[in-house]
Design a protein around this ligand. Structure first.
Ligand SMILES: [Zn+2]
Length: 320
């Protein structure tokens, strides 16, 4: 009798416990569903790309940013130029790209419309065969009024190119074996300065990955984390030239890179990279390359391990 009674009396309690556990489990499942990283970690490489590496040049353009991404494809390299540096690098960059055999830029990307990133982009549009142009658009009252920006819009118009707006989940076409994921800015982004409108783009090639952040700062990093994108990448191009206003602890932890790259000029007036950022990367034992110390940096990947070459020629400025 006692046994029976206790069985009965335990029944509802056990049921309640099961219900609570189920509820907790389901809320945990919901939580982890909502926060599951959005993105992929690898893309199968086609056979045709087997003998050519992916090349990512972090071009030394002084105090500025410029990256040339060359993805091997069946008919040669797909070339993406992400930022160009200031106007004074127009001729130097043209020569540098031609020297590498680049005649066509399949994707010309402006991370955000500050001149240290797109000062000579109009010239590049005029001088190269361009596939498509991508750029985040700022609200009208915050759109830049610089000559460099106006000239870029004119140069695109003259060549009959429309500018594709970059925003989260925007599509950038790329060859088989590679994928770009644009995770910022949000369509409804509302920032004071242009930096946080920077396009943040992750490139996956085979099993290797790169994260390009333009000048995105902590506030923008926070939104990207909130949106749950997969950030884990082998190489992080540190935001805003290694400023302490970017590369927050949380963001760095999520990206968890093996390598970091900082693009800046020796003795620049902003003190980039900031000591806090350099110390943070050191502390996390992240191998760091800097264009001010290493010149142009080349990262190459056959789809898995990434190798670096430093000390390549810098892009010559007008007076250099
Ligand atoms: Zn910048």
């Amino acid at each position: 009798m006692n046994k029976k009674r206790s069985k009965y009396s335990l029944g509802p309690v056990a049921g309640l416990v099961v219900l609570i556990v189920l509820f907790l489990l389901s809320s945990r499942i919901n939580l982890s569903d909502g926060g599951a990283p959005e993105g992929i970690n690898s893309v199968p490489l086609p056979d045709s790309s087997a003998d050519q590496p992916l090349q990512v040049y972090f071009l030394d353009v002084g105090q500025g940013d410029s990256e040339l991404i060359r993805i091997p494809g069946e008919t040669g390299y797909f070339n993406m130029l992400l930022d160009t540096g200031e106007y004074e690098y127009a001729d130097g960059l043209t020569e540098y790209l031609k020297g590498l055999g680049v005649e066509r830029i399949d994707a010309l990307v402006c991370s955000h419309p500050h001149t240290d990133h797109m000062g000579c982009m109009a010239r590049i549009v005029q001088r190269f065969d361009i596939g498509a142009i991508y750029m985040p658009l700022l609200p009208e009252d915050r759109a830049p009024t610089t000559a460099a920006y106006e000239k870029l819009l004119d140069a695109a118009l003259d060549k009959g190119l429309t500018i594709n707006q970059l925003h989260e989940d925007a599509i950038i076409e790329s060859p088989p074996g590679s994928q770009f994921q644009v995770m910022s800015p949000r369509m409804d982004a509302d920032w004071d300065g242009a930096n946080n409108y920077s396009a943040v783009i992750r490139l996956v090639y085979g099993e290797s990955s790169f994260l390009f952040t333009g000048d995105a700062e902590e506030e923008s990093e926070e939104i990207i984390l909130e949106d749950g994108y997969m950030l884990s990448s082998d190489v992080l191009k540190c935001g805003h030239h290694g400023s302490s206003s970017s590369t927050s602890d949380e963001f760095l932890e999520a990206v968890d890179p093996l390598y970091a790259v900082i693009s800046c000029e020796t003795g620049n007036r902003y003190g980039h990279p900031h000591r806090e950022t350099v110390e943070k990367l050191d502390r996390e034992k992240i191998i760091t390359y800097r264009t001010d110390k290493d010149g142009t940096i080349l990262a190459e990947s056959m789809g898995d391990r990434i190798t670096f070459t430093t000390g390549l020629d810098s892009v010559q400025g007008r007076d250099g």
